[in-house]
Design a protein around this ligand. Structure first.
Ligand code: UD1
Ligand code: MG
Length: 455
């Protein structure tokens, strides 16, 4: 069904005490408004109109997309005035759904129910019954039928006692909306053009006013402060953790995982506490992630174990490998099968083929490393001369002794061995020992200096 979606995002967000516009504050790594846009897309909205505020160019450039129409609301004279800015872009024959850019966790299932309740010609309000309705507009009913909405600031004591509240989210017949909005007045406690006043107009015209409720109360909660932002972040993370466990992932503690993007897991994946997943992360079957790891945009092959305290970004790790503890895989790292990367090893823009190992204290940058290679402790690729980067090539079955520097561009031939402490500045031939090291000498009869006695 065709649908117009209007997202109100012009509010200032004073209580965030931030230079960043409120709707750009991230929840699970994505701007609040981004969550709402994605939900609108899930509903199959053809046209989404975002009402943005003065100084909101930042909002526009952060989230612009071909399916969004932007309507500037300046000055901000209330929610009714805000929706009015969006009516020119709406398709009159399709209903209009009004969402809020700072209510990020509203779900498509709830909205579909609201859209269904509205049908072709009704005004449908998403309402909720709250124990503490303070701050919200109240739904006034007479003989069970909604007659109007009264804002907290305009309400009398009896109205304030009503526990059914207006979430602000509604579906309206678009042609009627375009007719009602220009007629709104602003003679109320806040001097604003209230969108909520369309309810009384609908009733007066005999347009049916119906209501629907969200599945969960957190769906309708808005973000006005960092406290509320953090509370909704926890709700979201709890939901994601729940989905992962439903799908068979073992989480040591569902309260101690943060997914800021898309995490997809195979069978029998286990994740220990305090791990953060960002962007798109794929963990294949039987992957184990140790405590305190940060994984961003990466693929981890089946059976691989990531030990605690690893940082992996824009990288791919093959199957049956062991990474960490304390390993850092930087962008452009591609590891084959059964690769071992140990503590304090940093790898960047490099490929390492099957069965190779770098178990301790190494820097591998801009390198192509073959199979069954052993990189000793303290191996460093000197890839940068201060101006340009160069590649190091290490062929299959090479053994690199400890504390070796490979000054790129340089190639170590298949089967070669580099002696410990070598500074390699020219290619090392295959199958030979190459060593650059001052000859060891021992001085017979040498005496260590002794401290002279004073006076
Ligand atoms: C509004 C409703 C109230 C409801 C509550 C739910 C009205 C008059 N009242 O009140 O019944 O219970 O939401 O949270 O609609 N905005 C604009 N431009 C404006 C004014 C607001 O874009 O000129 C946006 C804000 O950024 C915000 C949303 O609209 O996202 C709601 O505005 P806000 O001022 O928070 O409305 P409330 O007074 O809370
Ligand atoms: Mg207000």
């Amino acid at each position: 069904m065709a649908l117009n979606v209007v997202i109100l995002a012009a509010g200032q967000g004073k209580r965030m005490h931030s230079d960043l516009p409120k709707v750009l504050h991230p929840l699970a790594g994505k701007p609040l408004l981004g969550h709402v846009l994605d939900t609108a897309r899930e509903l199959g909205a053809e046209k989404i109109c975002v009402v943005y505020g003065h100084g909101g160019e930042q909002v526009r450039s952060a989230l612009n997309a071909p399916d969004i129409a932007w309507a500037l609301q300046e000055p901000q004279l209330g929610t009714g005035h805000a929706v009015l800015q969006a009516t020119p872009t709406a398709v009159p024959s399709a209903p209009t759904l009004v969402l809020y850019g700072d209510v990020p966790l509203i779900r498509a299932t709830t909205l579909r129910r609201l859209i269904e309740a509205a049908g072709a010609g009704s005004l449908a309000l998403l309402t909720a019954h709250l124990d503490d309705p303070q701050g919200y507009g109240r739904i006034v009913r007479v003989a069970g039928k909604v007659t109007r909405i009264v804002e907290e600031k305009d309400a009398d004591d009896a109205e304030r006692a009503i526990r059914e509240i207006n979430t602000g989210i509604l579906v309206a017949p678009t042609a009627a909306l375009a007719r009602w909005l220009p007629t709104l007045g602003n003679r109320n406690a806040q001097g604003e053009y209230y969108l909520t006043d369309i309810v009384a107009l609908a009733v007066a015209e005999g347009v049916p006013v119906v209501t629907a409720q969200p599945d969960e109360v957190w769906e309708i909660e808005g973000v006005n402060s960092k406290l509320q932002l953090a509370a909704l972040e926890r709700v979201h993370q709890r939901n994601v953790a729940g989905q992962l466990m439903e799908a068979g992932v073992t989480l040591s503690d569902p309260a101690r995982i943060d997914v800021r993007g898309q995490l997809s897991c195979g069978r029998d994946v286990a994740i220990d506490v305090n791990c953060v997943f960002e962007g798109r992360v794929e963990l294949a079957d039987k992957v184990v992630v140790g405590a305190n790891c940060v994984l961003k945009n990466c693929r981890i092959g089946s059976g691989t174990r990531i030990a605690p305290f690893c940082h992996i970004e824009d990288a791919a790790v093959g199957a049956d490998s062991i990474i960490g503890p304390y390993a850092r895989l930087r962008p452009g790292t591609e590891l084959g099968r059964d690769v071992h990367i140990g503590n304090f090893v940093e790898i960047k823009n490099s490929t390492i083929a099957d069965h190779s190992k770098a178990n301790h204290l190494a820097y591998v940058g801009d390198a192509t490393i073959g199979s069954r290679v052993n990189l000793g402790a303290g191996t460093i690729t000197c890839n940068y001369d201060g101006a340009n980067k160069f590649r190091t090539v290490i062929e299959d079955d090479v053994f690199i002794g400890s504390d070796t520097q490979l000054v790129a561009p340089v190639t170590v031939g298949r089967g070669a061995t580099l002696g410990a402490g070598t500074t390699l500045t020219r290619d090392a031939p295959p199958d030979q020992l190459t060593v650059s090291r001052a000859k060891q000498v021992s001085v017979a009869g040498w005496k260590r200096a002794v401290k002279q006695k004073k006076g």
